[in-house]
Design a protein around this ligand. Structure first.
Ligand SMILES: [Zn+2]
Length: 109
């Protein structure tokens, strides 16, 4: 699969503009490493897991290497029970892998 966009250091304002234009094209998921692609994957996880999300919340679902130094983590927030990604919702990781939280819930708790 061709990498059409390098999403390492290029982010910043370039990336923000790119996101706005891409918002409508969610079906073009040729870019699994950007936010749109991740959103789709998160939705697939949620559909796949269904009610099991309740049992799995707080756990890491999957880890992916985005670049040499950046790791992306899909997880289910223990508080809001949403499928989240460390780069989008943020991850406050629990070393026991039982109480992982998205940034918003971690701040609110
Ligand atoms: Zn949360």
């Amino acid at each position: 699969m061709p990498r059409t966009r390098k999403s390492k250091e290029v982010k910043g304002e370039l990336y923000a503009g790119f996101l706005n234009t891409v918002e409508e094209h969610e079906e073009d998921a040729e870019l699994p490493r950007d936010e749109v692609g991740r959103r789709k994957i998160k939705r697939q996880y949620a559909e796949l897991l269904g009610i099991r999300i309740e049992k799995l919340k707080g756990r890491v679902l999957n880890r992916e290497r985005i670049s040499k130094t950046v790791e992306g983590v899909y997880f289910i927030c223990n508080k809001c029970a949403k499928v989240c990604h460390s780069l989008d919702e943020g991850l406050v990781e629990d070393s026991a892998n039982e109480n992982n939280l998205c940034r918003e819930c971690a701040v609110g708790s």
